[in-house]
Structure formats: structure tokens, C-alpha cells
Design a protein around this ligand. Sequence first.
Ligand code: SF4
Ligand code: SF4
Length: 249
Amino acid sequence: MINVTFEGFRYHKPLPDFYKIENPQNPKNEISDELLMELTQLAEKHGFTGISYSKLSVEFKEEFNIDFDNVFIFKFLMGDELIKMDPSAEKGKLMDEEFQEYGMHVYEFADFLRKNGFQADLIHPLADDLSMRAIAMQSNDCVITRSNMCLFMDGINVSFFMIHTSIENLPFKCENEMLWVEDFCSTCGVCIERCPEGAFDEDENFLRKLCTAHREGCNECLLRCPFYKRGYDKVKKRYERMKKRRENE
Ligand code: SF4
Ligand code: SF4
């Protein structure tokens, strides 16, 4: 557990500096498969489920005023015990501690990259001017669900940290195989029905101000979601059966 007085990632505050190694003067831009595997194993050792990679398009960079191209997304699953706790200020605090604890390891990943000759810098996970989810969507490795959550194949209870880097040859995905989720969600809607705060308008747009997920840790929509209850692969199989039935009708 981290020290609770530790001043970590906070809204409206600059990114804390816990790097032990400086960025190299002339950063390299090609990583070997072996080194990438080593980084993945280091992330897994600290409980992360895996890494996704975003290559930011020119249009995207212009839209968000971003001057970097290549992004690592270090994913971890929010703990089941915490997710199942009733919402409260205490739960909100525990969720924040979990987030901070994972975040500390991301400095170690940046240092690993810097030591090996690459530029590596954390992206502030709570920055006001940057949409982490928009950057995540550039990975073609996730989708935004009807409950406004970022779903990766690792799980719907994924949270993540990001590092931008000089490395150009990361295994970026060009196509998103998860786009079927939108069609599945259109047949479900459990998250909207069960939201205790009515945090969706009549057009089913998510109303951030009414959602208490960040304040008190409401996870009702997550707990009810088939992607949480059954996992990505099982829901995909169910969707494929459903699609076949529809085609045969
Ligand atoms: S987290 Fe809770 S309040 Fe927010 S949308 Fe989901 S069910 Fe509604
Ligand atoms: S509860 Fe249903 S509609 Fe909502 S995100 Fe999950 S699958 Fe999609």
C-alpha cells in the first residue's frame, strides 16, 4: 500500500515527478521484440493485464493540440472487491488509493524505457485538456460502450495509465475488431435501466454531472453489464449466436 499522505495524481495539479532516470538526449525510435516483451512482463509483474498501443493521427493531434505520436496504454483491472462495495466516500477514497498505487509503477516503466535509450513520459491521467479515452480509442483496441465506459478485451473494469514515447515500431492495430459491441449494446440497455442516478438523458446520452462513479464509487452499471458478469469472449459468442438467429429470421 502507498502512504496515504502521498501527493499523487490530482485533478488540476501538475504531474508529479517520480522518475529516477532522465530522458536520453538522442532518443532511439525502434524497440526489439525482446525488449517489448521484457516491458510487458514488468507490467504483468505489477498486476497490469497488458499493454495497448495508440498511434495518434495528424487530425487527432491537431484537434487536441498534441505534439506526440506514439502511446503505450498500461491496463489494469479495478479490483472486484472494491467494485462490489456499496458506494460511499470511503469507497471513493479506496478507489483513489488503488489508482495511485498502480500509477506509481508507471514511472518504473518510463524509467525502463529511458534506460534503454527511448524518450518516455507519463501523460497526466487526470489532465483537464486531454481526453484519455479519446487517446485510448486511437489504439483500435477498445470501444466506448452505451454506459460510456471504455471496454478493452481485458475487461470492462479496465483502468489505465499512458506513456508517450519516441518508439515508432510498436505493434499498432490498424483495425478495430470490437465495433460489434455497439450493435450488442443496442439490444441490451441494462446499464441505463439500472442507473440509480438517472445519469442518461432521453436520448441515452451520458450525463457526467449526475454520475457518482468518481465521487462515491457507484459501479451499478458495471456490475450489471454482461461484459463484467460474463467476460468479453462469452458475450461475443452470445452476440454471434444472436446475429445468426437474426439473419435466419
Ligand atoms: S456509475 Fe452509477 S451513476 Fe454512473 S452511470 Fe453507472 S450506474 Fe449511473
Ligand atoms: S449493460 Fe448492456 S448496454 Fe450497457 S454497456 Fe453493458 S452491454 Fe452495453
